[in-house]
Design a protein around this ligand. Structure first.
Ligand SMILES: [Zn+2]
Ligand SMILES: [Zn+2]
Length: 149
């Protein structure tokens, strides 16, 4: 196998991007803009973190990051995406974006989640009450007659 054979021609026809993680050029198809190698590594990290949390109930994000050698930011991202859930709110160290209540994963607490979804359905729903029909004042026509002479 020759290294880098006809690489330039291939680059012209493919959507080639720099991997967001390692900066290496790769053929972009879809997804988060990470090269296949980093994507695989990320999946491995995810499984490792997931297992670690399952085996260590009550563990914190910081400890998990240290033990699994994964960035805290990455673990937080998985928590926000609700791919991961810690067994305690002290461990997840996450708060609701609306009211600041401690939560296990995601962006909002259960209460705010409900409020957000209710707010959305309210916005879509049309008001049931019929609009009051404006009655024209009987004086309106009279005024026009008076003004006309
Ligand atoms: Zn990469
Ligand atoms: Zn909340």
């Amino acid at each position: 196998m020759r290294d880098g054979y006809e690489e330039k021609e291939i680059l012209l026809v493919m959507d080639v991007r720099n991997c967001k993680k390692c900066g290496k050029l790769f053929n972009y198809v879809a997804g988060p803009g990470i090269c296949p190698a980093c994507l695989e590594k990320s999946e491995e990290d995810f499984q490792k973190v997931k297992e670690y949390i399952e085996q260590h109930p009550g563990v914190t994000v910081a400890t998990t990051a240290e033990e699994c050698e994964v960035e805290v930011g990455q673990i937080r991202q998985w928590l926000r995406e609700e791919r991961l859930t810690f067994s305690s709110t002290e461990g997840s160290d996450l708060v609701c974006e609306k009211c600041g209540a401690p939560i296990l994963s995601g962006r909002f607490c259960d209460k705010c989640k409900l409020e957000v979804s209710r707010g959305l359905s309210d916005a879509i729903k049309k008001p049931d009450a019929p609009q009051p029909v404006k009655k024209s004042e009987p004086g309106g026509n009279k005024m026009r007659f008076l003004g006309g002479r």
